[in-house]
Design a protein around this ligand. Structure first.
Ligand code: FES
Length: 124
């Protein structure tokens, strides 16, 4: 019983909702766990997020546009992420690299838009 309570009180096991909005404005809502990486969740949901550099901040194929109210809850982007976003296509004020976002319970209900086009800074 004690073990069970430990599991349910561990934030890692909390489930949150994540909604992806496709280029055609189609909405896909999936369950994710606190601690999951947003890029991995998007890829598992079938979103066209290549993640070519595997989170090394060398591509921008994981670029997403985060809904304003959730963007404000994210930790500030590091300089390397900002530099990579400068090279991304369709960048907006709330753009982020999804590989740099680990989900927290505060982000329950987060909505992210897939940009209209993506650009691979690695050139492949
Ligand atoms: S996967 Fe390349 S920057 Fe995110």
């Amino acid at each position: 019983m004690l073990q069970r309570n430990k599991v349910f009180s561990n934030p890692r096991y909390l489930t949150i909702k994540v909604t992806f909005i496709s280029r055609d404005n189609e909405r896909t809502t999936v369950d994710a766990s606190v601690g999951d990486n947003l890029l991995s969740v998007g890829q598992a949901a079938g979103m066209p997020l290549e993640g070519t550099c595997e989170a090394q901040m060398a591509c921008s194929t994981c670029h997403v546009i985060v809904a304003k109210e959730y963007f404000a809850k994210l930790p500030k982007a590091r300089e390397e992420e900002e530099d990579m976003l400068d090279l991304a296509a369709d960048v907006q004020a709330t753009s982020r690299l999804s590989c740099q976002i680990d989900l927290t319970d505060e982000l329950d209900g987060i909505e992210v838009q897939i940009p209209s086009e993506s650009y691979n800074a690695q050139g492949f």
